[in-house]
Design a binder for this molecule. Structure first.
Ligand SMILES: Nc1ncnc2c1ncn2[C@@H]1O[C@H](COP(=O)(O)OP(=O)(O)O)[C@@H](O)[C@H]1O
Ligand SMILES: [Mg+2]
Length: 385
C-alpha cells in the first residue's frame, strides 16, 4: 500500500497543524519544538495525562488502532509522525491517505520486529551479532549450536529497555525462556563482550539529504539506558564506520524522518548492528541542549519538508537518565541538582515514580566528555541519596 498518497510537495509553514501518535516523553519534545516554531499541535494517546498530552493544544484520547480517532487526527493535521514504533502499521497506512506522514508504514513495520529488522539490516550491508530465529521449540537446539553460549533470547516484538530478554547458558535455559513467553517469535543472539555501545541518530529528508548527529556512547544499567556521552571517545575509524553503516541503512530503506541506529562495538573494534528506532531516541536527548538543532526539531523539519538543521555540537555533554528509582526515598534533592553548573534538567510531568520508569533526564555540559560524564555521575549520586 502506498504511504505517499497524501504526500505534500511544498513545505508546511508555521501556523499549520501537525500531530504525533503517542504521548510519551518523545512526543512531548516533538510538541515543544513544534510549538516553539509556531505550529499547532495534536497528540493521540490512550492516556489523557501522558507527557505530551499535557502540552499539546489538541488531544485525542484513544487507542492507536482506533480508526475514527485516526481519521480525526489525519483530517485535522497537515502532517503526522509517530512517537514510537509500536503504533500499528495499518494506522500509519490509514493516516497516509489523509495527510503527510513520516516515517512510512513500511519502515515502522520493519522496526517492530527484531527478526525482520536484522534481515533488513543484513540486506543493506550491516552485520548483526550472530543470531538465529526461533519459531518453534524444535528450532532451539540448532539455534544454540549456531549462535553459541551464553546467548540472549529476545522476543521479536514489543521489547524495550531490556524487557522480553533472558540470558541463557544452556539449551534448557533457552527452552524454558521460550516457554515463559508462550512460544512467540524470538531471536536468539550470542551475548558478546562489549567494548562500547554507541548510537547514531540521523535525519533523512524527502529530498534524500542526510544530517547525522555526533555519535553517542551509551551505558546501560539492567538493560535501561543510563548515560549517553558525546563526543564518544572511541577511535575515529569506529565512529566513521558506525556513521557510514547508519547512512547506508537509511538510504537503503529510502527512509524519511529521524532514525536511530544502535551498535555494539566488540573487543576487536567491530561495529555490529543491534537495533534501529524509526524516531528520535533517548540517547539523542543530549541534542536538546548541545547541538544547534535538536533531534525533535529535525523530526519536524523532515515532516514539514524544510531543509535539515545543523547537527554541530556546541559543547561536550553527558545525558543522564532520571529513573523513578531516585524517588524511592521521596523526591530527589532538587536544590543540589539545580545548583550544579552546567546541568540542564528536564522532567516529563509523570505523576507517579516507579523503579525503572523514565521520569526525566539531565544534560550535563562541560569542557570535555570525561568531565561531563563525571559531572553526571556526581549528580546521580546526589539525586539517588
Ligand atoms: N547480544 C548482546 N550482547 C551483549 N549485550 C547485549 C546483547 N543484546 C542486548 N544487550 C544489552 O542489553 C541492552 C538492551 O538490548 P536491546 O537489544 O538494545 O533491547 P531494547 O529494545 O530493550 O533496547 C543493550 O543495550 C545491551 O546493553
Ligand atoms: Mg536497545
Amino acid at each position: 500500500m502506498s504511504d505517499t498518497s497524501s504526500a505534500r510537495t511544498s513545505p508546511l509553514l508555521p501556523g499549520a497543524a501537525v500531530g504525533v501518535v503517542g504521548g510519551g516523553q518523545l512526543g512531548r519534545y516533538f510538541v515543544l519544538e513544534a510549538r516553539r516554531l509556531g505550529f499547532v499541535t495534536w497528540v493521540l494517546d490512550p492516556d489523557a495525562n501522558a507527557p505530551a498530552m499535557q502540552l499539546a493544544e489538541y488531544t485525542i484520547v484513544a487507542n492507536y488502532d482506533d480508526t475514527d480517532a485516526l481519521t480525526k487526527l489525519g483530517t485535522a493535521c497537515e502532517a503526522v509522525t509517530v512517537e514510537f514504533e509500536n503504533v500499528p502499521a495499518q494506522s500509519l497506512e490509514q493516516l497516509s491517505r489523509l495527510c503527510q506522514i513520516a516515517p512510512s508504514a513500511d519502515n515502522i513495520r520493519i522496526a517492530q520486529d527484531r527478526d525482520l529488522e536484522k534481515r533488513t539490516a543484513i540486506q543493506h550491508g550491516l552485520t548483526p551479532v550472530p543470531y538465529a530465529t526461533i519459531v518453534y521449540n524444535g528450532d532451539i537446539a540448532e539455534a544454540v549450536e549456531s549462535v553459541g553460549l551464553p546467548a540472549i533470547l529476545k522476543t521479536a516484538r514489543l521489547g524495550y529497555d531490556g524487557k522480553g530478554q533472558v540470558v541463557c547458558h544452556s539449551v534448557a535455559d533457552v527452552a524454558s525462556a521460550f516457554d515463559a513467553v508462550d512460544g512467540v517469535l524470538c531471536v536468539l543472539e550470542r551475548r558478546i563482550e562489549l567494548q562500547a555501545e554507541i548510537s547514531v541518530i540521523l535525519a533523512r529528508g524527502f529530498d534524500h539529504d542526510v544530517a547525522v548527529f555526533p555519535v553517542a556512547r551509551n551505558v546501560h544499567v539492567k538493560g535501561v539506558l543510563s548515560t549517553s556521552t558525546v563526543p564518544a571517545a572511541l577511535d575515529n575509524a569506529v565512529l566513521d564506520n558506525a556513521e557510514r553503516q547508519a547512512r547506508e541503512l537509511a538510504d537503503g530503506l529510502d527512509y524519511h524522518g529521524v532514525l536511530a541506529v544502535e551498535f555494539f562495538v566488540d573487543e576487536q573494534g567491530n561495529v555490529l548492528f543491534n537495533e534501529m528506532a524509526p524516531r528520535p531516541h533517548n540517547s539523542g536527548h543530549y541534542s536538546l541542549d548541545a547541538t544547534v538543532c535538536s533531534q525533535f526539531e529535525q523530526q519536524l523539519r523532515v515532516l514539514c519538508r524544510w531543509p535539515l538543521g545543523s547537527t554541530a555540537l556546541l559543547s561536550p555533554v553527558c545525558m543522564l537518565n532520571l529513573l523513578g528509582d531516585a524517588w524511592v526515598n521521596g523526591p530527589p534533592d532538587w536544590s543540589a541538582a539545580f545548583s550544579k553548573t552546567g546541568a540542564h534538567i528536564h522532567l516529563y510531568g509523570k505523576a507517579e515514580a516507579r523503579a525503572g520508569r523514565k521520569m526525566g533526564h539531565v544534560n550535563c555540559l562541560d569542557n570535555s566528555a570525561a568531565a561531563a560524564l563525571a559531572s553526571a555521575e556526581t549528580l546521580l549520586g546526589i539525586l539517588s541519596d
